[in-house]
Design a protein around this ligand. Sequence first.
Ligand SMILES: [Zn+2]
Length: 256
Amino acid sequence: MFAIFLVTCLVAYAGYRLKSLTRSGVVLTVVTGTVIGYGFGWFGLYLLGVFFSTSSLASKYRASEKAPVDEIVEKSGPRDHIQVLANGGIGMVTALGMAVTANEAWLFAYIVSIAAATSDTWGSEFGVLAKKKPRSILTLRPVEPGTSGGVSLYGTLMSIVGAATIVLAVYPFMTLGFEVTLALIVLGLVGSVVDTLLGATVQRKYRCQVCGKLTEKQQHHGRATQYVSGWRWLGNDAVNFTSIATAALLCFFVFS
Ligand SMILES: [Zn+2]
């Protein structure tokens, strides 16, 4: 257990040095990693590591071309503690569930929670680079790249590849049949679809008073933005948390 804690500290410190985590993000990463290691052992940490490393690479991939998107999304740059909790909180719940009941469904729910987080991250990090403008998942009207609720063919493909990468990364540790593999990938993808649907409907959106852009930010050019639509308490982190929770819960009921 001490070794797991130590490795988690080292990884979190590396994440800080690589500017993938803020100071508060480091603290929550250590907590998340240790709890997940407690429930799932080294396997749990390994899968978390695959999510962290591939997501960091995805956000650094052609980063300079994503600058316009940073104007729209609520948070960019290193992840803070709320973002770590939004992506890893459900993983902690499944780890505690596993520690208490030893029901294998918790393990599958954990894999799906990581697959959903990866699917969503890859979908947005790669999707914003699509040549064609994304379209709203609901109205199919073109929207600015980076707008929550927008989908592109490329982004959707990368969401599937992201979920599949996590599920296939499980293979060295355990045998999954074809049907289980497929179910876990689909459930991971469900997470990112729920994320997009919430983004298109109830996630809070603002409009900049200076440049007129639709944004998730409460401030633009140092000036307060004007509320446009959505539930005021539902920002990007809450949307992430809810969509991962939905996918993991669905998975738990499928496998228990
Ligand atoms: Zn503006």
